[in-house]
Design a protein around this ligand. Structure first.
Ligand SMILES: C[S@@+](CC[C@H](N)C(=O)[O-])C[C@H]1O[C@@H](n2cnc3c(N)ncnc32)[C@H](O)[C@@H]1O
Length: 226
């Protein structure tokens, strides 16, 4: 039988003295998306510090697992959908548990598998922001993740992706894939993590990179016209 424990995060904004607490139920000693990965508190803190950009916006998190960044976005006033692989219902259950633990009854949960253009993906309402935390962890999935992001950005050309990931091998970068799928990425300075408190463990934010991705509209247009 799996054992869950609650991890509580507190995000602070020193500029305004505001703070936000989030409770995330994790499955202890599990793998994959059943616990909070190191990139998630970094992306969540970035989202909290940029909450003026997410309030009232439509936000999708892919490969959400416990969905910490998406939950922060929802608590900051965004309309949020958390998604995880169609083949991993236990991870979508984690998304639901996180929403419940934070009293967020209007957070939607759905199956999105990287690399698959499903009817559900095509039927998504208009999006302003896509969040992706630690989705680039297995090189065999890199192109599927980029392809999914590209598909979402072609449907929502004004939208942005905020993506955090741990660099596991410096030789395995996503730059060529971004170019192939008509995306452009800009590395974003990491947020101050010293003000983030976690009830259980500290997180290795020094290994995490943060990127903002957008559709390369010129390349996408050229592609469409050729
Ligand atoms: C490394 S975990 C990161 C979880 C969470 N985003 C975090 O940072 O704590 C990767 C997540 O991607 C999900 N995932 C794995 N393969 C996937 C696929 N092919 N399509 C969609 N999601 C997938 C896993 O279920 C898991 O939740």
């Amino acid at each position: 039988m799996s054992v869950t424990s609650i991890k509580e995060f507190t995000f602070r904004d020193l500029a305004t003295s505001e703070s936000l607490s989030v409770r995330i139920p994790e499955v202890v000693d599990a793998s994959y998306g059943l616990y909070v990965w190191p990139s998630a508190p970094v992306l969540a803190q970035y989202t909290w510090l940029h909450r003026h950009k997410v309030r009232g916006k439509s936000v999708l998190e892919i490969g959400a697992g416990t969905g910490l960044p998406g939950i922060v976005a929802a608590k900051c006033g965004a309309r949020v959908t958390l998604s995880d692989s169609v083949a991993l219902p236990q991870c979508r259950d984690r998304c639901r548990s996180s929403a419940e633990a934070n009293g967020l009854s209007d957070v939607s949960v759905m199956g999105i598998t990287w690399g698959f253009i499903s009817p559900d993906l095509m039927d998504l309402p208009s999006l302003d922001l896509i969040l992706a935390s630690d989705c680039f962890y297995d090189t065999k999935d890199f192109e599927d993740v980029v392809m999914t992001l590209s598909c979402l950005l072609h449907q929502n050309p004004h939208a942005e992706v905020w993506c955090a990931y741990q660099v596991r091998s410096p030789s395995k970068t996503i730059e060529l894939l971004l170019s192939k799928w008509k995306l452009r990425g800009e590395q974003v300075p990491l947020p101050d993590m010293t003000t983030v408190q976690c009830s259980v463990t500290s997180h290795a934010q020094q290994e995490v990179l943060l990127f903002a991705l957008r559709l390369n509209t010129a390349a996408a247009l050229e592609d469409a016209l050729s």
